[in-house]
Design a protein around this ligand. Sequence first.
Ligand SMILES: Cc1cc2nc3c(=O)[nH]c(=O)nc-3n(C[C@H](O)[C@H](O)[C@H](O)COP(=O)(O)OP(=O)(O)OC[C@H]3O[C@@H](n4cnc5c(N)ncnc54)[C@H](O)[C@@H]3O)c2cc1C
Length: 397
Amino acid sequence: MKTRKAIIIGAGISGPAMALQLRRIGIESVVYEGRSHSDTSEGVFLGLTPNGQNAVRDLVDLTLLREKYTPGKMEFYNALNRKIGQLDTARQREQFGAETIQLKRGKLNGLLRQAALAQKIPICTGKKLTSLRQTGNGVSVTFADGTGDAADLLIGCDGVHSATRKLLFPGAPLPRYTGLLSTGAYARLPGMESLFGAIHMVFGEKAFFAYAVSNQGEVWWFNNYRRAEEPSPGEVEGELTAEIKRRLLQLHRNDPHPIRAIIAATDAIAAYPVYELPFLERWHRGAACLVGDAAHATSPHIGQGASLALEDTVVLARCLRDIPDAERAFAAFEARRQERVRRIVQQARKVGDNKTSPGKIGQFLRDLLLPFFVRREAKKSNWVYAYREDWLRPVTG
Ligand SMILES: Cc1cc2nc3c(=O)[nH]c(=O)nc-3n(C[C@H](O)[C@H](O)[C@H](O)COP(=O)(O)OP(=O)(O)OC[C@H]3O[C@@H](n4cnc5c(N)ncnc54)[C@H](O)[C@@H]3O)c2cc1C
């Protein structure tokens, strides 16, 4: 039987993982990445929960993810620096086979790309998808540099602003800026090493701020704040640092040490506008299918973006392995994923709504009730973390 070939658009988190999963089932891929460089250091850090680690454990050595990381345990503090709750992750290992960590996006991206390259899967950079045509027995594409390619199938792994999505579904709604700017960065400050062990989630007087110390003694921090105007891509790439720094120092002017010291010691701050993608009823058309953020971008509040994208790649590979017709395989993938993804996206939105700072009475009640809410949220997350695909079980269409 002829070997099937796939074009994969995007070499972010899901692209190289998808190519590796397809290799396991005998489909050859070429990954096309729009960015012109092969540097993977962009981005700050992201959460990889047990379900995400279980989805990637056949592709990369999980111990490598822990070379530089911060643990997933959370400790919650109020504006007076009083500990008001905690969320332990120690039992996740026995419950789910892995424990939540935060790691640099570039590290995960780099490991996945290296694993693909080690298996001789080509990753071509500087290839921005601009057109896509269904040919009857596959797809053909062209890139901004005038080159093109054709294959039996195409998987769009090109993120929240997916060109594949726009080309497949020209009428589909565009991602909407939520008015929330997610910011994050790294800093080095003396004497912080002893704080290794938990993410400090501080409900400050006017805004929320979170920081953790990595196993290498570096401080990793993030914060969300309201910014009515959507930043342009140029601003996002670094120009906003001075503005964010000023704004955060102001917002946290009365908050406990070391928040202001961390902000002051930071050189470059990454900014990610938070987008909401209205739920798409369909993720596939003809010989092409969307996965990860391209299909279902989620807000960052429960750290599921990367984990969901990685889960997708396992499910789609199983469907393509067991259902020979690509379009039917895509339909089976969609049917298996939509309900789970929809529930998680909704859960993330709700958590995001709770991070804004209420008035004095609201703060008092939040401090009082937080331990209860934390336990309730932890229980609510069990079904998310427990998810594990059984690779060997056949899929029926
Ligand atoms: C540069 C960058 C930095 C990020 N940093 C963070 C972070 O710090 N924290 C966090 O939580 N999430 C971050 N994210 C988002 C996070 O990686 C995703 O939400 C999640 O991992 C889902 O992965 P994905 O593979 O679906 O999409 P992504 O990881 O976003 O990958 C999409 C890929 O497609 C490429 N692409 C886009 N358009 C085209 C096109 N027309 N043709 C070809 N290729 C194209 C992009 O360059 C990118 O490499 C970042 C995304 C990017 C692109």
